[in-house]
Design a protein around this ligand. Sequence first.
Ligand code: UDP
Length: 235
Amino acid sequence: MQPKYHRVFVKLSGQALANDQEGLYDLSMLDEIAKVIGKCVKAGVQVCMMVGGGNIWRGNMGQYMDRTRADHMGMMATIMNALMLEDTLQRNGVPAVAMTAVEMETFAEPFIQRNAVKALEEGKVVIIGGGLGIPYFTTDTAAAVRGAEIEADVILMAKNIDAIYSADPRKVPDAKKFDEITYDKMLEMGLKVIDLSATAFLRDNQLKSYVFALHDPNNIYDIVMGKNIGTEVHN
Ligand code: UDP
């Protein structure tokens, strides 16, 4: 079976790498993610990834701090996670390279769009740390922007919810689950499963995305192969 997409951008939340018992990192979850990403690469799909930092730090955890400094810490958290992901992928035999939005050349290559595309074409998984490298943004928006830069066919937003609903299904039991939805409808309904700034960016740049649950990492492979899982979001 041929994959549906040639080049995908996968955004994971930082929390997806964590587990309450094991602290910062859930090593078996990381291994599972690496194996699924490896399966996508074997199928001929180019994979670029971004991971958030919520398992370590988010800018809004430092309400008492200077906001820019708190966001700098958040970006560093995402870089830690990117290095963890790079290491896990390599340990599982998947060629991978971490690139950072802010220069940190001792630790990882700087993110340069043409170098990222070249690495993808060589069959390496590219993991971008540090989001966009500027404060007041989240990794959802950064994933949308980087996804556009590398010309990804689709942005896969792995969340801790299995789809987009009309309201939070944990609070509103009869919330409607959407198999597909437009960005305009999400903005009109104020749905924030994807950050509003990311939603507007994805709409304005005609990028397709999927919101789905990461608890089964194989969802990534299934979507890449053309299955409709979670919610497809489009213009
Ligand atoms: N961040 C930032 N600029 C970016 C991307 C991220 O300042 O371009 C900071 C911001 O403080 C954010 C934190 O990094 O809260 C971690 O990212 P995010 O909240 O998106 O992580 P997630 O919730 O997906 O784990």
